[in-house]
Write a protein that binds this ligand. Structure first.
Ligand SMILES: Nc1ncnc2c1ncn2[C@@H]1O[C@H](COP(=O)(O)OP(=O)(O)O)[C@@H](O)[C@H]1O
Ligand SMILES: [Mg+2]
Length: 429
């Protein structure tokens, strides 16, 4: 039986349900949370089934869910809650090494993950963030409903986001490394500039092994780490100073100089940085690291388009399929997803139809393999779209850029918006 805990009935308190089969873990978590004025544990449960039952009855704001439990494990319980009590967001607590669990947890609809052992601060910020996001989601849904009811007025008491969002965000990701993410991201961002898409920023979110700086030969010395260090006082001017100047007037936010610095970049930093960038740019292209890395997950939320890059070999296709399924379970609408197939290490004759059938998704773009040309581009640190503009790779990436920035194409390359943008934010022509 779940144990209900007497809780103060104040309105602003985050009501938490703890589900873990180890009694001492439940107690420790409860003790930790007892110190927080804004958090209250409403019940504890010893297995997934009890957890689901308690969530149904008590509608907690956040459910902390262990993975390995008897009767019903945390993954199944999370899946059940996603259907039966979607208003109860789940934070999964799993042990390091349970990587497969992590993946399954993500597919099951969990909102956040804590890897055991985690610190009290990690626990608290995770609970608060998930709760806050859930609140935002509710606000957003209410606004949508208000808008679709034909009402220009947003429901009374609903906060209206104060900052206008400008930039379109294009996230480049892949099921595994080496598929050509960085090649596509650097060239797409440059191509957007060449196509007159306005202010473009390339963000290297491969925080451990980011190589945009090397690919574009930018030794600017300032990186995303500088923004994290000054997270409290971030403003557009400072962000502008940290951005490097890439080819064709592209601005670039570089990855940390060493891998361990990448760990210091948290989800809230990324949101803060994008908040500023999205008001200063028309397009943001994101190069990403691992598909399940925190920065990648964070940017999925922020992206208008998710470009899923797949190479043509069996493991890459398998991982692409898995990634597409994951995006689907994260409720990323199919029209936000574009599959790009890169031929660079194809070992067999390629049949587009069978790949589309296998992935159950149309292929938006194919990139031909051009080892010599791409090799030379990497060696010279000049994007293919600049160094070999007539090559097939360049032509296709420019066509993709036009597709992602149709307004620029329609308006021609000299529209007023661009000119206005040129005076702001160190925009280079
Ligand atoms: N279409 C292509 N033709 C030739 N070489 C390619 C192509 N796409 C990628 N490559 C090469 O494959 C390697 C991996 O690409 P990269 O963009 O660094 O992948 P990722 O960022 O996904 O790890 C690089 O050496 C790159 O130059
Ligand atoms: Mg890369």
């Amino acid at each position: 039986m779940p144990t209900e805990v007497a809780a103060p009935a104040t309105g602003d308190v985050i009501r938490v349900l703890i589900v873990d089969d180890i009694a001492s873990t439940r107690e420790n978590l409860q003790k930790l949370l007892a110190f927080e004025d804004d958090i209250s544990v409403v019940a504890t449960a010893g297995n997934g089934r009890e957890g689901v039952e308690a969530a149904r009855q008590l509608s907690p704001h956040v459910v902390l869910m262990d993975v390995n439990m008897p009767v019903m494990d945390g993954i199944e319980a999370t899946e059940t809650l996603a259907v039966e009590a979607p208003q109860c967001p789940v934070v999964i607590m799993s042990v390091q090494g349970e990587r497969d669990y992590l993946r399954r947890a993500m597919q099951s609809g969990a909102r956040a993950f804590l890897i055991k052992p985690f610190s009290g601060d990690e626990l608290l910020s995770s609970i608060r963030r998930v709760h806050e996001l859930e609140g935002k989601k509710g606000t957003y849904l209410r606004q949508l409903q208000a808008a679709s009811a034909g009402s220009a007025q947003v429901a009374a008491g609903t906060p209206v986001p104060s900052r206008g969002r400008v930039a379109e965000v294009h996230l480049v990701m892949a099921g595994k490394g080496g598929c050509g993410k960085s090649l596509l991201a650097t060239n797409l961002a440059t191509a957007l500039r060449m196509e007159g898409a306005g202010r473009v920023c390339l963000v290297d979110l491969d925080l451990q092994f980011g190589d945009v700086g090397v690919l574009l030969n930018l030794s600017h010395g300032r990186t995303i780490s500088d923004l994290v260090d000054s997270a409290q006082s971030l403003d557009a001017e400072f962000v502008d100073e940290v951005l490097a100047d890439g080819p064709e007037g592209l601005r670039v936010l570089l990855a940390p100089l060493s891998p361990e610095l990448g760990d210091l970049v948290r989800a809230e930093h990324i949101r803060g940085i994008f908040d500023i960038l999205s008001r200063e740019f028309d397009h943001i292209v994101v190069d990403s690291g691992g598909p399940f890395a925190e920065p990648t997950l964070e940017s999925i939320d922020l992206a208008d388009h998710v470009l899923v890059l797949g190479a043509l070999n069996i493991p890459a296709i398998k991982n692409t399929k898995l990634l597409l399924k994951t995006l689907d379970s994260l409720k990323v609408a199919p029209d936000r997803v574009m599959v790009v197939v890169n031929h660079h290490d194809a070992h067999a004759a390629y049949d587009r139809g069978s790949i589309e059938e296998n992935l159950r998704s149309p292929v938006a773009l194919e990139l031909p393999s051009e080892a010599k040309l791409v090799g030379a581009s990497v060696h010279r640190a000049v994007p293919v779209v600049v160094g070999s503009p007539d090559s097939e790779v360049a032509r296709r990436i420019r066509a993709l850029a036009r597709r992602l920035a149709p307004q620029a194409v329609a308006a021609g390359s000299d529209d007023g918006r661009r000119a206005a943008g040129a005076r702001r934010f160190g925009f280079r022509r």
